[in-house]
Ligand binder design. Structure first.
Ligand code: 2U9
Length: 343
């Protein structure tokens, strides 16, 4: 009996020491297992009870229960205190000072090319156009043939073309989209076609093998050059400023007749001549013309009944002018120092 008493006293002392060193609720949980667990120290001491006489057992049992209750009480109070402390600590750390400024998440922004494409398309949507898109891997027939650029036509090699097969190309302009629309529906047609185009040009400050264009097409009865000029005048004023004037210079495209290059008064000097417009006062922004009757016929549209105008604008070129960017590669290198300027 006395050994059991001593064992219980030693156990109590050992526990009282250990509980003072328990600095966390999990440490207390461990003490609980260590002292009161199935394989705990109390259990191994109680196994000694078997050796006691029947008279000694009740007293031994009572003593053991006292020590167990002592240990349980201490465990409980320590657990409560430590859980409280741990909760306060967690709350302290989790506390959000709502007066602190928020951590601004870098949200990014539309790419400058996307902004210019959206702005230009927005102007024509406002003029009643709809947006049409089409495949970038295109039939040679739609990209060249039906646009009156037959095999061997100089326009083919000028536009150094990426050939997938002898009948399939990476489109060199978005015009095949207009061809697809004209083949699918009869006039009236009023569309703008934005998208990527490909030309096997070497990448340098002003050329890229992949760039963006927006072309427009209007086909209906009685469409005139006047409609083309009026529409482009409206467009130029909305994109470059109300005082912007346009100037048309005769040009040649296989798919339009007559054709022209279109200049606007310089957005920097207003036309008086400066470094931006190389003293010209005018800056070339797009090309246009009346749809060649041969192209209408190629798409099953009768040029005796219908006429149309079309135009094409380079997006990178427009964005470079607008934002004063002198190297086209900035658009593709994803350098955040460059892109962040357009937030
Ligand atoms: C059809 C009929 C006619 C589209 C046109 C231009 C003039 C033009 C250039 C602008 C800058 C290409 O990226 S660029 O170098 N494009 O100048 N494009 S008329 O004429 C069409 C298109 C489709 C059925």
């Amino acid at each position: 009996m006395s050994d059991l008493k001593q064992d219980l006293a030693r156990l109590k002392t050992a526990f009282d020491e250990a509980i003072t060193e328990a600095m966390s609720s999990s440490a207390v949980e461990q003490l609980k297992v260590q002292f009161l667990g199935k394989k705990g120290e109390m259990t191994s001491i109680l196994r000694g009870m078997g050796a006691l006489s029947a008279e000694e057992r009740p007293a031994a049992g009572q003593l053991a229960n006292q020590v167990r209750e002592h240990i349980e009480a201490k465990l409980e109070s320590a657990l409560t205190a430590l859980k409280e402390k741990e909760k306060d600590l967690r709350l302290k750390h989790e506390k959000i000072d709502v007066t602190m400024p928020g951590v601004r998440q870098f949200q990014g922004a539309r790419h400058p090319l996307t902004k210019v494409i959206d702005e230009i398309c927005g102007i024509f949507l406002g003029l009643g156009f709809t947006i049409a898109e089409g495949p970038e891997v295109e039939l040679d027939e739609y990209n060249f043939e039906l646009l009156r650029i037959p095999e061997g036509h100089p326009a083919r090699d000028t536009q150094d073309t990426f050939y997938i097969t002898d009948k399939m190309v990476l489109r060199t302009q978005t015009s095949p989209v207009q061809i697809r629309v004209m083949k699918e529906q009869q006039p009236p047609i009023k569309i703008v076609c934005p998208g990527k185009v490909y030309r096997s040009d070497a990448l340098d400050a002003t050329h890229s093998p992949i760039f963006h264009q927006i072309e427009g097409l209007v086909v209906d009865k009685g469409v005139t050059m006047g409609d083309l000029v009026g529409s482009l005048q409206l467009f130029a004023r909305q994109l470059f400023g109300e005082k912007t004037q346009i100037r048309l210079r005769p040009h040649h495209f296989p798919f339009t007749e007559p054709s022209c290059e279109v200049d606007i008064t310089c957005w920097n000097c207003g036309g008086s001549g400066c470094r931006t417009c190389k003293g010209e006062g005018w800056i070339e922004v797009l090309g246009a013309g009346m749809v060649h009757p041969g192209v209408l016929r190629n798409c099953g549209i009768d040029p005796e009944v219908y006429s149309g105008f079309a135009f094409g604008i380079g997006v990178e070129r427009t964005a470079m002018g607008r934002y004063g960017i002198d190297d086209i590669r900035n658009f593709y290198e994803n350098d955040l120092r460059f892109l962040r300027q357009f937030r």
